[in-house]
Design a protein around this ligand. Structure first.
Ligand SMILES: Cc1cc2nc3c(=O)[nH]c(=O)nc-3n(C[C@H](O)[C@H](O)[C@H](O)COP(=O)(O)OP(=O)(O)OC[C@H]3O[C@@H](n4cnc5c(N)ncnc54)[C@H](O)[C@@H]3O)c2cc1C
Length: 304
């Protein structure tokens, strides 16, 4: 174990599962800080020593709790602070680092032996960083730690803390985002739809292939952002989802680096593209030169 006392700061159900699974392999013990009281049983089930629920009232933002959390981390000699790599998580991590007089390593892709790896230059390279400070503050997103089952038996102490805002920014209103149900972040198999498809109706062909394979459907950014054929929540790449599945089948994508960084940690990448000079063929394990409109119907018919 590289760490003695880890604190996780998680603002979603998925981040509790991922970060707790990671912390249980990295640290002798760990505690979880959450903001949503409803997640306290889930947090406890992962074997956390303590679960702290920082309660924010309707006008308080979670990053307002930074000062109070930093005092908790200091009094407990936390040596690792793992924060969800969400927008709010990153804001909180930055503030914590200031209070703890350390720095933040954000958006890691791995953490082993006190050494992080993360992508730099738009995904063209990885940078390794050795963590030498007394307290390491790291933000980590989906797919970095493999989710394990909750602890067989675990007893956690749950503590409630009412956040007293330490700055003058007030939350005025919260508008719920449209709920997108997608398991892409944890999918073992992914069908990846590219801009080479001609029309929105082709989404159904890709979706059928995904269903037959037991895969989830994702896409490149133009398919979601320019064409609006799939929700923005499922586009893959440096500004979208970063995945680590067993298998990706990439259909009519050209293999631009901004997209590939989201799938190049897959165990196997299969690509179909009609242009034999497409860069995707340099990044895949199995490449098929051909027209998706000829190959997919045959593949779907076979799988049916
Ligand atoms: C700052 C920045 C951030 C970005 N972030 C992302 C990101 O996070 N994710 C992302 O995806 N992109 C991102 N992009 C965009 C990225 O650079 C590419 O433009 C994008 O990934 C291309 O998507 P594509 O491969 O689907 O489309 P294209 O590049 O247009 O490729 C389509 C491919 O389909 C093939 N094709 C066409 N018809 C057929 C057919 N009938 N059968 C088989 N093959 C066919 C073509 O040969 C072509 O290779 C970003 C760009 C910038 C500048």
């Amino acid at each position: 174990m590289s760490y003695v006392n880890t604190f996780i700061i998680a603002d979603t159900e998925m981040s509790i599962k991922e970060l707790a699974s990671g912390a249980s392999n990295l640290s002798t013990q760990f505690s979880i800080i959450i903001f949503d009281e409803e997640l306290k049983d889930l947090a406890a089930s992962y074997g956390a020593k303590n679960v702290y629920v920082y309660r924010c009232d309707a006008s308080t933002m979670i990053e307002d709790s930074a000062k109070m959390i930093s005092e908790k981390l200091q009094s407990n000699n936390a040596d690792l602070v793992l924060v969800n790599n969400s927008v709010r998580g990153k804001l909180l991590a930055g503030k914590l680092a200031v209070y703890l007089d350390t720095c933040v390593v954000s958006g890691i892709s791995s953490l082993e032996d006190k050494t992080t790896q993360r992508m730099v230059y738009g995904g063209a390279a990885f940078r390794s960083e050795k963590l030498t400070s007394n307290t390491a503050v790291i933000t980590s997103g989906a797919g970095v730690f493999e989710i394990t089952d909750p602890a067989v038996s675990s007893v956690s102490d749950t503590h409630f803390v009412d956040v007293v805002p330490s700055n003058k920014i007030k939350k005025i209103e919260t508008q719920a985002k449209q709920e997108i149900v997608s398991n892409l972040a944890i999918a073992k198999k992914v069908v990846d739809m590219g801009r080479g498809f001609k029309e929105e109706a082709d989404v159904e062909m890709c979706r059928e292939l995904a269903t037959l394979l037991g895969a989830d459907l994702g896409c490149s950014r133009p398919v979601a952002e320019n064409n609006g054929w799939l929700p923005k929540a499922v586009y893959i790449g440096i500004t979208g989802m970063m995945l680590k599945p067993e298998l990706v089948i990439s259909l009519a994508t050209s293999g631009q680096v901004q997209h590939m960084v989201g799938i190049n940690q897959a165990k196997t990448i299969v690509a179909i593209n009609k242009d034999e000079n497409s860069p995707i063929f340099k990044s895949c394990d199995l490449g098929l030169v051909g027209d998706v409109y000829e190959i997919l119907p045959k593949l779907i018919a076979k799988l049916r």
